[in-house]
Write a new protein. Sequence first.
Length: 715
Amino acid sequence: MVTYSQLNENQKSAVCDEANHLRIIAGAGSGKTRVLTMRIAYLIEQKGVKPYHILAITFTNKAAREMKYRIADMLKEQGTGCHISTIHSLCMRILAEDIGALNYPRNFTVIDADDQRSILKEAYKEFGIEKKEYPYGLLLDYISVNKYDAISPDKAKELSYGDARIFNKARVYEYYQQRLQQMYALDFDDLILFTVKLFETNPKILEKWSSRFHYVHVDEFQDVDRVQYYLIRLLCKVHDNLYVVGDPDQTIYTWRGADVNIIVNMDKEYPDLKTIILNQNYRSTNNILSGANSLIKHNKARVDKELFSKNGDGSKIIHKTCGSELAEADYVVNQIIKLHNDGYNYRDMAVLYRANYLSREIEKVMIENRINYVIYGGLRFYERMEVKDILSYLRMITRADDLAFTRIINTPRRAIGPKTIDAIREIAKEKDITMYEVIKNGYYPKNKDTFDRFVHMVEKWREDMKANIDMELLLQEVLDDSGYRTMLEKDNETERLENVKSLLDDIKQYSEDYPDSSLDEYLQMIALYVDRASEDVTDAVNLCTVHSAKGLEFEVVFVIGLSEGIFPSERTMSEGSKGLEEERRLAYVAYTRAKKLLYLSESSSFSFVVQGTKTPSRFIKEINDDYIDHIDERPKPSQSMIFDEDIVIKERRQERPRDDIYRNGDSVIHKVFGEGVVISSDGNILTIAFPHPYGVKKIVAGHPSIRKKRKEDMN
């Protein structure tokens, strides 16, 4: 006999209500899994519903296993037979019975992510496409979007409108679809799309399946997309009993197709809809919940609710302003050390951030303090592909070792294939020299023009390094001259670009901390971090993006990088109010992961990601002051231009000088540092004073990042 005494009043209503269409708005930590499983147990035990007439759709296999375990624990053998699975598993079962109606064999193959990448690898070889130019994830997203939008490969080619890169994607899409058909295989998107097509074209099959399931339940309903929702409605066609559980305030996957309006506007499609709100939180203290409540109230696309807890008020949220990213990382790690000394396990603490690149400084300080950490659902910063690529480019300047050479000689693509690289490697072995020296000395006669351009580029960087150009400026040259930045921009690889910009911040900070250090010393320092980070971990601090933290909870949570343009993300905000609301929901999810302590932090330093000095996020300001303590508030900015006292700027000449000649006192404009003044020159190396926080920089005259200030710039 199932007992319901542990449920609160709203939970009891959600379990026992007999409305045909029920929407359960389940706030963070409100016990939604308990409610959903007890609802199923109630139908079986109290209403006499046969288990095989009950369907529950979850969005992870882990959630499905948890629900099955709980029902079995409550009802023993009486509860066996319910169909509880992900929507993809459900579709697989339906297609296994009836896909023959679509002229497909019942023993069709379902391919996983590794299989998909194998097909793309075949296509890349067929069309001479490089993986680094067209990352697998990018192509698979492109294919998925086209499939969901019912755009065929032929139509995708038409829509390329002569753009070679888009046309190449369409060709790969065509190859991919042909291979699936040849193998009678389906990918995860096909499982849903084929099931929808099966139901639309075969009414009797639809009636069979919708008759089988008398009660349809959907967990995490805020994450469904339009096609999934259409399929769910088809499954309810005969008995029309739909029970959904979700929280519009936790819709953070719109980039994967989730549509918050589905759950918010459900009452418009079902006039008899009954809504029950679960607003008692069993996870967090009231100061954390009240702070999160005051934040999310700024959103309009939501169902109003006010989370509360019986866990007491607890400590207020702490907001810390730091002078730099390094200072922010030091603050967070010092707090972690103190909390650990006070009895908290490392595994009970988490550092959350909006984007992966923000883990860089935290990782370094963790390693320096010998604190074990794990990157949940991602790679360590210095192990990410684009970071390793750029570090290999920098190694070409200092050492030009064979590993660096083979990694980047064809990245971006320079039509250098594996056979050519193997041939160069053999010559290097014979002559006992590096592979770079082979092409530099002309020992490999083929591809001469390509290799000459590459050598000229590397040698130019080496000359600039000898001239003591700032390391960050040298890295900017590498990104521009090599075409690496352009390659990422063309493919809209926002996350990879952010990682590269974070590396710029890293080398800038290193230059400021160690002004007399060399590029080689910087690379040695990075190698040391990578080596230390490879140690095995047991009790470890969790580092992860907010997206990866969804569904998790921790005693202590640090949310870092809370600056405008970072969190909220400038890219998402460019989508207007819809994008801003998505970002605010993401912050709400981050804050409500904390059970006892919540720390919010940001820094006032310059960032290449936001292309300027950072300012505090609105997601801090929107928290009611009653629930948050602010530490070290940001000082008001002083003068906008700060120069060293011993710098004397000579009066500019009245006549306009030639654009390729710079004189002391010339006003210039730099792509990153803005307006500056030339204070000296040594050959082709200019010393220029820029506004705070950049200060005095050395830049190569004639570099595309800099030009003289013109009259039109003053208008």
